[in-house]
Design a protein around this ligand. Structure first.
Ligand code: NAD
Length: 256
């Protein structure tokens, strides 16, 4: 893939899991990275790691559900590196797994606020900066196999991830003529803290004997494997790819 030297990537939810691996992958390609999430200490350690490897990075504490935070996050990218080429809207929560009669209104609101409204807010301010600066190339949102599939007790999470398909498709249609591509990556089961929390809920035995046999590759994915897909979608090699979904799930979605 071509070099991303001199280009700038912003990644939300970068303090852990897929977001952290994605920030490292952009830095490895030579991009300067802006890492955003809620935990400053984790972000600071990521910045130190990237800088130790010869890369450039800056951190900004952000709650993606809060418009003022998101505005400040994008402003920081421009202030630190003068431009914005790529944005990865990855921050997300799973919420509490609960059946529809048990799910509280505030739990529903929190999941939708972060996963769906948060992605809207990020794209709004990212696209504004990209269009003003003239450097915008690609936005990648992070969905899930649950952008296509429901499961019992997952209504808030599943709804938020389904919503990202419509949001991504609409914004892709708006920004294509201005040279900005917008896509949705829909991972399967990936080895991150979120995955471990979900796995603890269902139990290792059900995961190993009930879930993994439905994955063609018969294993959990690594965050780095999602990061590579994201970097590809942002790269110039993906120049004809916009408004679509890519599903790195080891074959799960087609199996069930
Ligand atoms: N791990 C999986 O199996 C899997 C599968 C499909 C989709 N995903 C999606 O991938 C994305 C990353 O998940 P992960 O598995 O790396 O989980 P994770 O819990 O390890 O990381 C989530 C990140 O999002 C950040 N975050 C949460 N709420 C935030 C907020 N309000 N503002 C800013 N940052 C916030 C957290 O601080 C953390 O950095 C999520 O959108 C998740 O839904 C994960």
């Amino acid at each position: 893939m071509s070099d991303m030297n001199g280009r700038v990537a912003l990644i939300t939810g970068a303090s852990s899991g897929i977001g952290r691996a994605t920030a490292a992958a952009f830095a490895e390609k030579g991009a300067s990275v802006v890492v955003a999430a809620r935990r400053q200490d984790e972000l600071d350690s990521l910045v130190a790691e990237i800088e130790a490897g010869g890369g450039q990075a800056t951190a900004i504490r952000t709650d993606v559900a809060v418009a003022e935070d998101v505005k400040r996050m994008v402003a920081r990218a421009i202030e630190a590196f003068g431009r914005l080429d790529y944005a990865v809207n990855n921050a997300g929560i799973e919420g509490r797994w609960a059946g529809i009669t048990e799910l509280d209104e505030d739990e529903w609101d929190r999941v939708l606020d972060i996963n769906l409204k948060g992605t809207f807010l990020c794209m709004k301010y990212e696209a504004t900066a990209m269009l003003a600066g003239g450097h915008g190339k690609a936005i990648v949102n992070i969905g899930s196999v649950n952008s296509f599939l429901g499961f019992p007790t997952g209504s808030a999470y599943v709804t938020s991830k389904h919503g990202l398909i419509g949001l991504t498709a609409s914004v892709s249609a708006e920004l294509a003529s201005q040279g900005i591509r917008v896509n949705l990556v829909c991972p399967g089961f990936i080895d991150t803290p979120m995955h471990h929390r979900a796995r603890a809920t269902i139990g290792d035995e059900i995961y190993d004997k009930g879930v993994l046999p439905q994955v063609h590759l018969r294993r959990t994915g690594r965050p780095e494997e999602i990061a590579q897909v994201v970097v590809f979608l942002c790269s110039d090699e993906a120049s004809y790819v916009t408004g679509t979904t890519l599903t790195p799930d080891g074959g799960f979605t087609l199996t069930i």
